[in-house]
Ligand binder design. Structure first.
Ligand code: AMP
Length: 156
């Protein structure tokens, strides 16, 4: 396996989170202090299932998605929709999702996105740089395997 690095594998290992991420200016986000109603509006209008949550200085704080919002307004017998305007994003957001940094290589990225449709890329001070989606990683690997498919059938 580890005998020789050919040109393609060199290129693959040179790919970093930075080269694959969607940059912050193209990412829909909500702020910690927004009411859930605003977050739900952003999610429904954008069609995304979840988006990053940032503070006023654009530091990454968590993620919020449709399921978490619907669960948080679910009462005993009905959806208590009035809670959408009384509850702030930071009260229910997910803070457990791991993050990547721009310099992380494709193997670290691949391992991190296994359990998440996207993960956030954050700098040393916690400022939000962008997101990396599982789709982008799969596209990179798909390209790689197609370019190298002859080697997959090679007998030693
Ligand atoms: P995709 O792989 O494009 O289906 O994206 C997977 C998930 O990543 C989406 O459901 C969103 O939660 C998130 N996502 C992708 N692109 C964006 C974006 N431009 N802004 C915010 N969230 C995004």
């Amino acid at each position: 396996m580890n005998k020789m690095k050919n040109a393609e594998s060199m290129q693959l290992i040179d790919i970093t989170a930075e080269t694959m991420m969607i940059p912050s200016e193209k990412v829909a986000h909500v702020q910690v202090g927004n009411p859930l109603e605003h977050a739900l509006l952003v999610l429904v209008k954008s069609g995304y299932s979840a988006v990053p949550v940032l503070d006023v200085s654009y530091k990454y704080k968590g993620t919020i998605g449709k399921t978490i919002i619907l669960n948080s307004v679910l009462g005993l017998e009905r959806f208590e929709m009035e809670r959408l305007s009384n509850t702030k994003v930071h009260e229910v957001m997910n803070t457990q999702t791991p993050c990547l940094k721009k310099s992380d290589d494709i193997l670290t990225c691949l391992k991190t996105v296994i359990d998440y449709p996207f993960v956030c890329v954050v700098d040393e001070e916690g400022y939000f740089d962008g997101i990396l989606t599982r789709r982008t990683i799969l596209k990179q690997l798909n390209n790689y395997f197609h370019l190298n498919k002859n080697q997959l059938y090679q007998v030693e």
